[in-house]
Design a protein around this ligand. Sequence first.
Ligand code: CTP
Ligand code: CA
Length: 226
Amino acid sequence: TVNRHAVAELRGKHVLITAGPTREPLDPVRYISNHSSGKMGFAIAEAAVNAGAEVTLVAGPVSLQTPRGCERIDVTTADDMLDACEQFARKADIFISTAAVADYKAVSVAENKIKKSDNELTLTFTKNPDILATISCKDNRPFCVGFAAESQDVEQYARQKLINKKLDMIAANDITADGLGFNSDNNALHVLWSGGDKKLPATSKSELAHQLISLITTRLNEIEKN
Ligand code: CTP
Ligand code: CA
């Protein structure tokens, strides 16, 4: 483990973090969602608190304890998550988007339970808002950090997201890597920014969170100096 006293200094900074999946209802008993334990986002929230930041954690449905010292807002759908983020992004210096947001939601949520029949079932979906892209396009936006979970061409897809979503940094992970990622306590990240990158090899999500917070702080200080 690293020297926890040597972590980056974020005193006086407000950090907004999304974590976990979103859940999009289909009817009163069903929903679609993504695999996401929320562990990486919660670990980052804890690391940011330890670095002295004021932290707001917007969480989808997860079964995790709130890290000590951070404000937690629970949400269910992507629309709710966007509302919460827009509210807190105004005062945030850093936005870290770790949430596995559902890309689509049902065009209409059935009022009553959809009954089984002999026919095939067809549902129509419409796109959810892109929370990260919405925040990163605002004036006076916070330093924006995205995550990219990819199963192929990891660096290439992540670089595209860095550019397309106008991000300051993106943390990519290869979801095919053994024993890492979803629901695991360990992960590895390839962090990319304009003109640089750093590989953070496999370790605990808590250790990785501290390393990512250090990288973010270094980049933020570089930008603020210019
Ligand atoms: N993200 C978001 N809102 C969405 C979709 C994604 O805020 N509706 C954020 C995620 O939290 C992540 C980043 O955007 O930080 C990249 O998410 P990802 O799912 O990898 O990218 P998409 O743009 O949705 O593209 P695709 O799923 O097709 O790879
Ligand atoms: Ca997506």
